[in-house]
Design a protein around this ligand. Structure first.
Ligand code: NDP
Length: 340
């Protein structure tokens, strides 16, 4: 195969965007088309994937992708067709998923490359539902959300690449999928084409109230692609023992400062689990507590401290000290003497 032109057109990173990215944050240039050396192949980009995480790459906060400096070709996932190969595993004409970035031609050593079968599915799906976004929606929902038949699963950015997968997987495992999307057109598509039972347009009215109506028994699983206000509205509608999968926080990607309140981005990076605790679910373990911790106290391996105030009349002031954080140990009021 031969290249269709003799120049390689590239889009480069120019500068860190302020707020939403603008075309002026990118540059463009042309370079000669490189020739493959031993163990390399040259491919022509057919499809370039646009993914929200590029915004974090431009900000320098993306954890799992190469960084970019001004003048560098923009990084990115692509589907490409091999033009010329000096790699024993790859032949001219084959389609591959490869990280060519935002350019027409690139060399590859075969690292992080997946061969594609155009007969199995359109090759563009290797960047969408059968690629990185697809595995995100599928694995995130199945293994972290653990939806059960009959449960209500809410998915934000419901018609996007990740949401399309998460929502339909929810439906196909027998759960009730409810989408959140940013227009009536997207919501209609979510219901008619993707099989969501309902879809809420968050740009119309009070999202928490709309979710309450769409999910009368509460939300069992929330697959969050957005964060921010959307997450807050969903949290107000959780069912008992709900699971929240923090996948993406696109609402904050173009902000210079994280929004007020706890920023949950590090929870994603750390693959952390946050769970609600209500003591009353554990009261049947009281005998266990007394046996285990009581044993440690008697053995001298467990210490505790009490902050004792004398006299009931001092209780209000003692309580106020507690609420000012001035107690040191378990706050108690000695109301009368202990008689054995
Ligand atoms: P999408 O195709 O879903 O496109 C992004 C969508 O986000 C928009 O179409 C929009 O849909 C929605 N959105 C909501 N609020 C905003 C906002 N304030 N600004 C811009 N868009 C907004 O993208 P993907 O499917 O590729 O990705 C979805 C999410 O998953 C992203 O947050 C991404 O970063 C994350 N992700 C996380 C991965 C992980 O490993 N944790 C891996 C891959 C993706 P609408 O109008 O319906 O709201």
């Amino acid at each position: 195969m031969t290249p269709v032109s003799d120049r390689n057109h590239r889009i480069t990173f120019q500068r860190r965007p302020q707020g939403l990215p603008a075309p002026g944050d990118f540059g463009a240039d042309t370079t000669p088309i490189p020739a493959p050396g031993p163990g390399q192949f040259l491919s022509r980009t057919v499809w370039l994937s646009l993914d929200p995480y590029y915004r974090n790459v431009m900000k320098g906060t993306q954890m799992y992708a190469e960084g970019v400096k001004p003048g560098d070709v923009m990084i990115g996932d692509t589907v490409a067709q091999i033009i010329e190969s000096r790699h024993t595993d790859y032949r001219a004409g084959e389609f591959v998923r490869v990280r060519n970035g935002w350019q027409e031609y690139a060399l590859s050593s075969g690292h992080d490359v997946r061969k594609l079968d155009p007969a199995a599915a359109p090759v563009s799906t290797a960047l969408g539902v059968l690629g990185m976004p697809g595995i995100t929606g599928y694995a995130g929902l199945v293994y972290l959300g653990e939806p059960k038949p009959g449960e209500t699963v809410v998915v934000s950015a419901a018609t996007g690449a990740v949401g399309t997968t998460a929502g339909q997987v929810a439906r196909l495992v027998g759960a009730r999928a409810v989408g959140i999307a940013g227009s009536d057109e997207k919501c209609n598509f979510a219901v008619r084409e993707l099989g969501y039972e309902a879809c809420v347009n968050y740009k119309k009215g009070d999202l928490a109230a709309q979710l309450k109506e769409a999910c009368p028994r509460g939300i069992d699983v929330y697959f969050d692609n957005v964060g921010g206000d959307t997450l807050q509205a969903v949290l107000r509608n959780l069912a008992l023992h709900a699971r929240v999968v923090l996948c993406g926080m696109i609402e904050s990607y173009s902000l210079e400062q994280p929004p007020p309140g706890p920023f949950l981005g590090p929870v994603v990076g750390a693959r952390a689990t946050m769970r609600g605790l209500v003591v009353y679910d554990h009261m049947h373990r009281m005998d266990e507590l007394v046996r285990v911790v009581g044993g440690w106290i008697r053995a001298g391996t467990f210490r505790y401290r009490e902050d004792i105030t004398e006299g009931l009349s001092q209780a209000p002031e003692a309580f106020c000290r507690l609420m000012r954080g001035e107690n040191f140990g378990k706050a108690l009021v000695r109301v009368s003497a202990e008689h054995n």
